[in-house]
Design a protein around this ligand. Structure first.
Ligand SMILES: *Cc1c(COP(=O)(O)O)cnc(C)c1O
Length: 374
């Protein structure tokens, strides 16, 4: 019998969220609402649709492995050298490449926990130790939801090759501010790479939350990870990018790229999306206004909800999380439960969010599902 590597055998089996069409069919409704994966609810940008259609005609050819046009467009947008940019097949693939490029067996990767669920898996596959530093309450008496950067810096030792700081944090939506982040970066040894995962940067409205690209400047052990999947609406096309202050970091990540993994269509779509930035900004403003409305509606129901800087809200429902999510799903609303901790709900369109709120009201009134004090 063949046997996979022990590190791979130990990995949990990935359980994707429910597909809305399947769920709708199963429970016999016309439509289920999916608020589980932090996509935007807008259709693809018109320029993206056009770019995708026209590049399809060339899809008998391999894509440009160096993604020169997209790399150039990103370098220009951020005022960096093309050498500092790496394109990947989604930011998660770049996370994997970071682990492959920097973490040997016996080393470690550190990050806050709860945070992006990929981080521990990447460390495990690389055979590296994962060091998880608990989140702390965002305010006195509040739920545990914010990076403890002092503890994270203290957890870094000479085995730590990569530290992820997810800002804003998935799934809690909280973000660290400039001075705390600068102090943290000052404390981390320059031999440890700090990756600022800014998948949700475009939804940040707190002016004190810094742009990682500004923070990165002059710090050769810092890199910033971004994606076209969320604000830019290309989740189905798979494009992300890494900006590294030190071109050698970018070069190392490029070396573990699977050739041609960013398709021709995806590259063209990303370039078209960048050209539509004004439209994207307007969409993000719609999302953040809806986020404020949704947060207010949830608080009006007596729920504890921190301000989110991303396009989702976090309901710290503790032991009731899995049950609330299951009850919502039975009412055709798919959210993302983290059993024992909370439920993450993507900010959808106002109409989708109203369907969610209606289902939630139904769940809360039919069952005693609120934790004490919430
Ligand atoms: C969604 C997400 C990503 C990237 O997703 P891709 O679709 O692979 O680009 C990266 N980091 C975090 C924290 C995310 O939530």
């Amino acid at each position: 019998m063949v046997s996979p590597r022990p590190a791979v055998q130990a990995l949990p089996t990935y359980r994707p969220g429910r597909n809305p069409a399947d769920l709708a069919r199963e429970i016999g409704v016309a439509r289920a609402v999916k608020l589980a994966s932090n996509e935007v609810s807008f259709p693809p940008l018109p320029a993206v649709l056009q770019a995708v259609t026209s590049t399809m005609a060339e899809s008998n050819r391999y894509p440009d492995n160096a993604a020169v046009v997209l790399t150039g467009a990103l370098a220009e947008r951020y005022g960096v050298d093309p050498e500092q940019v790496v394109i990947g097949s989604g930011a998660v693939t770049l996370c994997q490449q970071l682990a492959q490029s920097f973490a040997d067996p016996g080393t470690s990767m550190a990050f806050a926990w709860r945070s992006f669920e990929m981080y521990p898996l990447l460390a495990q596959v690389a055979g590296a130790r994962d060091v998880r530093v608990p989140l702390v309450p965002g305010r006195p008496g509040g739920p545990a939801d914010t990076h403890d950067l002092t503890a994270l810096a203290a957890a870094v030792d000479d085995t730590t090759r990569v530290v992820f700081v997810c800002n804003p944090n998935n799934p809690t939506g909280t973000a660290v501010r400039g001075p705390a982040l600068e102090r943290f970066l000052d404390a981390v040894p320059t031999s440890t790479l700090v990756v600022l995962d800014e998948a949700y940067r475009e939804f940040v409205t707190d002016p004190e939350v810094p742009d990682g690209v500004d923070v990165m400047r002059g710090r050769p052990n810092v890199a910033v990870l971004r994606t076209f999947s969320k604000a830019w609406g290309l989740a189905g096309l798979r494009v992300g990018y890494l900006l590294a202050e030190d071109p050698a970091v970018a070069e190392a990540v490029r070396k573990t790229n699977v050739p041609f993994s960013v398709s021709l269509v995806a590259q063209a779509a990303a370039v078209a999306a960048l050209d539509s930035e004004d439209e994207v900004r307007a969409r993000c403003a719609t999302v953040t206004a809806e986020r404020a409305r949704l947060t207010g509606e949830l608080r009006a129901r007596g729920l504890v909800v921190e301000d989110s800087q991303a396009n989702f809200v976090w309901l710290p429902l503790g032991e009731r999380s899995a049950e609330v999510a299951a009850e919502l799903e039975a009412r055709a609303v798919i959210t993302r439960p983290f059993p024992g901790e909370g439920v993450r709900v993507t900010v959808g369109s106002a109409e989708e969010d109203d369907v969610f709120l209606g289902a939630l009201d139904d769940v809360l009134s039919s069952r005693d599902l609120l934790p004490a004090g919430a």
